[in-house]
Design a protein. Structure first.
Length: 122
């Protein structure tokens, strides 16, 4: 098994039919350490969804589930976490944020976390 990568699911949902919820559950099933931020408080697979921004430490990956227009207020916060990479899931692509990440020397990719896990590319 690969080294666990601490992942922040940003835009996590309590709704099991939402992709952020599926990704959170799959990350846990694959043995990754998961923290989550969303609009509604609750927990999924034992992971508490925080509704306030916390200073998470040692975040390897941030997987985004928030459309581009809603991301802007969070740019500085997400960059300050100094993740190794940010994954822009389908529908979250954001050229303005790409530029900010590039300037901060943070890798990013447009990919689907669910597919990455399923194909052992996570």
């Amino acid at each position: 098994m690969k080294k666990s990568k601490k992942t922040l699911v940003f835009g996590a949902s309590l709704n099991p039919s939402r992709y952020s919820n599926m990704a959170l559950r799959k990350l846990v099933a694959y043995g990754h350490e998961v923290v989550a931020f969303g609009l509604k408080e609750g927990s999924v697979e034992g992971v508490v969804i925080d509704t306030e921004l916390k200073p998470y430490e040692a975040v390897d990956s941030i997987t985004l589930y928030m459309n581009a227009t809603r991301q802007e207020p969070f740019y500085d916060y997400l960059i300050a976490l100094q993740p190794d990479r940010v994954i822009f899931n389908p529908g979250t692509e954001n050229p303005e944020f790409f530029k900010r990440l590039r300037e901060a020397n943070i890798e990013f990719e447009m990919a689907c976390t669910l597919v990455m896990l399923s194909t052992d590319q996570y």
